[in-house]
Design a protein around this ligand. Structure first.
Ligand SMILES: Cc1cc2nc3c(=O)[nH]c(=O)nc-3n(C[C@H](O)[C@H](O)[C@H](O)COP(=O)(O)O)c2cc1C
Length: 195
């Protein structure tokens, strides 16, 4: 059977242009590419979606930005997820995007954006713990909607000191830890896709 490259969508729970989480997930993305994955890179505002409101959905359906994101999610075999920890959990932007993408749509299988896909998680914070409390929350939510989240995740502490002007990680051990998320996710997703 021919090998098909796994397709991974990058999802970043920070909307900030200079996001440390985006810098971290870019390192994982490059490692995943080196391991044979094709990466769909989201832009900082791609998860700046209207706040989910069931009345709005009933009246107007899905906004264009949501439809575009859902299309990209459905085209993906897995997700490279980076999310800051806001008050101990994933950001509202990330949860809101997941909520929109989890809604049923006529003609689509239940949870078509998520079920059977894979995810690898990283978090970055200027704090010492790197957003480590948010990772299990993100894992729990994604697992609950049918995503296979890989065992190894990575929390990058002191993240504001870790990158040079080109976005390269200055610490070899840290870089290897982030790269491992991308490499492992690419390999697992390829194995599932080609099984
Ligand atoms: C509302 C809010 C809550 C935050 N809560 C936490 C927290 O619980 N733990 C933590 O490590 N950092 C926390 N931070 C700091 C973020 O980790 C920091 O702003 C980080 O740079 C955001 O990620 P980004 O650089 O990818 O945008 C919080 C920041 C904001 C704005």
């Amino acid at each position: 059977m021919p090998e098909h490259a796994p397709r991974l969508l990058m999802l970043c729970g920070s909307l900030r242009a200079e996001s440390l989480n985006r810098k971290a997930v870019e390192i994982a993305a490059r490692a995943a590419e080196a391991a044979g994955a094709v990466i769909d890179r989201t832009a900082p505002k791609d998860l700046a979606l209207p706040l989910y409101d069931q009345d709005d959905e009933a009246a107007s359906g899905f906004p264009d930005a949501v439809l575009k994101l859902r299309e990209r999610m459905q085209a993906a075999d897995g997700f490279l997820v980076a999310c800051p920890e806001f008050n101990g959990t994933m950001t509202a932007a990330m949860k809101n995007a997941i909520d929109w993408a989890s809604r049923p749509r006529e003609g689509e299988a239940q949870l078509a954006c998520f079920r059977g896909k894979t995810a690898g998680l990283v978090a970055a914070s200027p704090g010492k713990l790197g957003g480590i409390r948010g990772l299990p929350e993100t894992r729990r939510v994604l697992s609950g909607i049918g995503v296979h989240v890989i065992a190894g995740d990575f929390a990058l502490g002191n993240a504001h000191e870790m990158f040079d002007d080109q976005g390269n990680c200055k610490d070899d051990g840290v870089r290897a830890g982030i790269e491992n998320v991308g490499t492992t996710l690419a390999k697992l997703t390829a194995a599932i896709k080609n099984s």
